[in-house]
Design a protein around this ligand. Structure first.
Ligand code: GSH
Length: 232
């Protein structure tokens, strides 16, 4: 099994946490985002979206981090594994949190934290407001469920996705204290799963280094880049 991943990409980190939690052997292939290794025609054969990560399970190529995490658990998790619970209701809750992360939580966080570093967009009062809105909703979910983790008292793949998104905020020195339950959930994960946190933390440190010493984007000929050299 191979995983094409980017070292500071939250979707890649969430998949790596899943592989680690499942104790699986695999080959980690680092994709250089700034060198646009994911924009080549060869890469597009694996994933026409030209996005990272991609899993190659013996010639079966799968993209989209949520689908990858679900696939890994469905195919390789031991019976009664709590990472992706079997019960319909509980699994529905995990799936809801995964969708919440992708559609509602990570998107504004990424726009506010990552895009200004890697795409030259601006951090604005509106982008901040959207992050605050996402955090308020996550705070509400944690309050209503009254659980230690996002979908219950056991850690699940939904936490891996949400933790990977939240590192982007820590990386830009964002204060989580106005969201005490999110803050507690984040700290609890770090304390209880140090080996999984190590994976997230390595990405967080990289983003933090870029935050304080931004990459030179002038040479990055990305089609979605505001200062790109060639037209998309
Ligand atoms: N929905 C995808 C998103 C993956 C994604 O956005 N990956 C970023 C790296 S963190 C990427 O490949 N972006 C492509 C680009 O901006 O060129 C997933 O969850 O796997």
């Amino acid at each position: 099994m191979k995983l094409y991943a980017v070292s500071d990409g939250p979707p890649s980190l969430a998949v790596r946490m899943t592989l680690k939690a499942l104790d699986m052997e695999y080959q980690l292939i680092n994709v250089d985002f700034c060198a646009l290794e994911h924009r080549t025609e060869d890469y597009a054969k694996m994933n026409p979206q030209k996005e990272i990560p991609v899993l190659d399970d013996d010639g079966f190529y799968l993209s989209e981090s949520i689908a990858i995490m679900q696939y890994l658990c469905e195919k390789y998790a031991p019976p009664n594994c709590t990472l992706y619970p079997q019960s319909v209701i509980h699994r529905a809750l995990v799936n809801q949190r995964l969708c919440f992360n992708m559609g509602f939580y990570y998107a504004p966080i990424s726009a506010h934290s990552m895009a200004p570093i890697f795409f030259d967009y601006e951090r604005t009062p509106m982008s901040l407001k959207k992050v605050q809105n996402a955090l308020e909703v996550f705070e509400t979910y944690l309050e209503r469920l009254g659980s230690k983790y996002a979908a219950g008292d056991d850690v699940t793949i939904a936490d891996f996705a949400l933790i990977s998104a939240t590192i982007c905020l820590e990386a830009i020195d964002f204060d989580l204290s106005p969201y005490p339950l999110v803050n507690k959930w984040y700290t609890t994960f770090k304390e209880e799963y140090p080996q999984l946190w190590e994976i997230a933390n390595s990405g967080m440190q990289e983003i933090n280094a870029f935050e304080h010493n931004p990459p030179d984007l002038s040479e990055m000929d990305h089609p979605f880049h505001p200062t790109r050299k060639t037209k998309a």
